[in-house]
Design a protein around this ligand. Structure first.
Ligand SMILES: Cc1cc2nc3c(=O)[nH]c(=O)nc-3n(C[C@H](O)[C@H](O)[C@H](O)COP(=O)(O)O)c2cc1C
Length: 386
């Protein structure tokens, strides 16, 4: 049997601090630090504790060239190699290790920049709720806890400043100046079908399909996209859209269709929204919600092992979100965007693979509960009008 190290592996020396009472009682320093090695491998999606022998073996075996297991065992010991194979940090070429090998091969084939794969994999949430850490602090609570924040802007080169004329009125002003993040959605109101259709088509839809090769095409959308590849897909969670049954859909940007993935009753759709939004009940009542999912395989086809590729995915999602906000504003609807989502759980719900797809953010919109408009968020869910 042959083996090699997994493709991407980072090792973190992790420290635990504890009070050593024995030392304290004998007059020594109170804090004791204990370290251990943690192996972070994106294809495994789990943090694994390893010992110094395993660390040496991982450093001594190639991630590219396959070695004989017996030779590795001679160098590092049978138990050490068996443990690493079991954990999936070493990849074996026999059917027994096929699952880990498939994950490792997928990571290799997706052309990830290793640090980006690490940040992506270990930045995901599962099962986060208000109890387990989804905080909704007021601005005042933040001030109490952290003191004054840094000033709202840079204040550079004041003496040489070029005074600019006031911004002239323009045709986009209405949307730009009325846009705000809604956190008080009317739980009975629906989004009219024509509004939902325009919102989806003008944000996520293809305004044009351009053929660029015998079997390849690129889409033109209303937002810019890194490399023109538009790797972000829109999965739509319908709670209350006129003429559309509650459920999960994929919005097809060329066919301009909502393709059903899972039918839900109103209650189940509401619960799913709240779960996906990590318990943010101030957002989950929005009748139309969109999960923004990046297809790394599309983006990394061009940006192979690229330092900036992962950042570009977040920028793409940000552009789409602002377009969504402005179109919602045009329709008189407040909107929201959030990255505080249970992305690892959403992957399961949508049948996605985190090595090939990133659930980047969720946005949504709907009629506000009261006619009152809020401009500055003082507390999530309890915004005060200016
Ligand atoms: C990347 C990003 C993440 C955000 N995350 C949240 C969030 O988790 N919960 C929330 O209620 N609002 C969230 N917001 C909305 C901001 O809080 C909001 O844009 C900000 O308070 C300014 O208010 P405005 O959009 O009404 O101008 C997010 C906005 C952005 C751009």
């Amino acid at each position: 049997m042959k083996l090699r190290r997994c493709a991407v592996l980072y090792i973190e020396p992790r420290e635990e601090l504890a009070i050593d009472w024995k030392v304290v009682l004998s007059g020594g320093a109170a804090l004791a630090a204990k370290s251990h090695w943690v192996a972070l491998a994106p294809h495994l999606d789990a943090e694994l504790t390893i010992d110094a022998e395993q660390l040496a073996a991982l450093g001594g075996l190639s991630q590219t060239v396959w070695s004989e297991r017996s030779a590795a065992e001679q160098r590092f010991g049978e138990a050490c190699i068996a443990g690493l194979l079991e954990q999936g940090l070493l990849i074996g070429d026999t059917p027994q290790y096929a699952v880990q090998r498939e994950r490792d091969d997928t990571l290799r084939a997706t052309h990830w920049r290793p640090l980006s794969a690490l940040a992506h994999t270990f930045g995901r949430w599962r099962g986060v709720t208000e109890e387990t850490g989804m905080e909704a602090p007021s601005f005042q609570a933040l001030l109490d806890r952290y003191g004054e924040p840094p000033p709202p802007t840079f204040d550079l080169g004041e003496g040489d400043a070029v005074k600019l004329p006031a911004a002239a009125a323009g045709r986009m002003d209405e949307q730009l100046l009325q846009r705000y993040t809604g956190r008080n959605f009317d739980t009975q109101a629906s989004v009219p079908l024509d509004v939902a259709a325009r919102l989806l088509q003008r944000t996520f839809g293809a305004q044009e399909v351009r053929r660029v090769g015998p079997h390849s095409s690129v889409l033109k959308k209303t937002s810019p996209s890194g490399g023109g590849l538009h790797p972000i897909e829109a999965f739509v969670l319908v709670q209350r859209v006129e003429g559309v049954a509650p459920g999960l859909y994929h919005y097809h940007p060329v066919a301009h269709e909502l393709r059903p993935l899972r039918a839900l009753d109103a209650e189940a759709a509401a619960q799913l929204a709240r779960f996906m939004l990590a318990d943010q009940h101030w957002l989950s009542t929005a009748p139309l919600q969109v999960v923004l999912v990046a297809r790394m395989e599309r983006s990394f086809w061009k940006y192979r092992n690229h330092q900036k590729a992962y950042r570009a995915l977040a920028l793409d999602a940000g552009h789409l979100s602002q377009t969504f906000y402005l179109l919602a504003t045009e329709a008189g609807l407040p909107a929201f965007i959030t990255a505080a989502i249970n992305d690892a759980d959403i992957e399961k719900t949508l049948g996605l693979d985190h090595l090939r797809h990133a659930v980047v953010a969720m946005c949504g919109c709907g009629p506000a509960a009261s006619g009152e408009r809020t401009m500055v968020e003082l507390r999530y869910g309890e915004t005060d009008a200016l």
